[in-house]
Design a protein. Sequence first.
Length: 250
Amino acid sequence: MITRCPVCGTAFRVQRAQLAARGGKVRCGKCAAVFDGVAGLVEEGGERLALEPSPQLGLFDPSRRGPQPAPAADAPLPEFMAELDAPRRSSWLWGLLALLAALALAAQAGHRYRSELAAYLPAAREPLEAACRLIGCAVQLPRRADLMSIDSSELQADPRRQGIIVLSAVIRNRARFAQDYPALELTLTDDAERPVLRRVLAPRDYLEGSPAARLVSQGIAGGSEAALRVYLDSSRSPATGYRLYLFYPS
């Protein structure tokens, strides 16, 4: 059978097996165009055709391929195959970096919340304190102001001393763990509720002389309360009202 390339018009002699190998698709050995060899079949007895051999047609006929040499046992891999190992090394490196980043993040979180961890997990206090000794920090009692409240407070004049006022208050720890004593800000106001005197009371100020002063390092136990009484001199700042709130210094 003879087929003609529709691009360059070159005619080739083909076998039926060649056309069946790839559904009739063949490549022209002259212009390298791929065309339908079945559709390009021509009658052999019509016009005289200049037939040319087409080595490309043999690519579609496995029976015409010669024997392929066996690869050498110690032949090096081609470069494009050797590069396949690079992604494995990169994946291993990225995995190691991700692990180190996770450990650093866990250490940072442990340092930031060391007081809470020691309160929730008493067994972790000793390792945390050992780690803090290495980096120069301390494991203090937790300071969650949102879990502390002033249940009651009262400001009265001392009947025995002129110009002395007495502040009484009850601080409640609503957390399940012990917390540090907070600082208190007392603001004395006049009739128009304008501040005339403001003072910050540290735990050592309002616990001085009370039985709780000896236990200040233990803080306020979880779910318990602490009563306080403070005497202040207000002779230079006559006041008719007050405001009181608690906080933890930053």
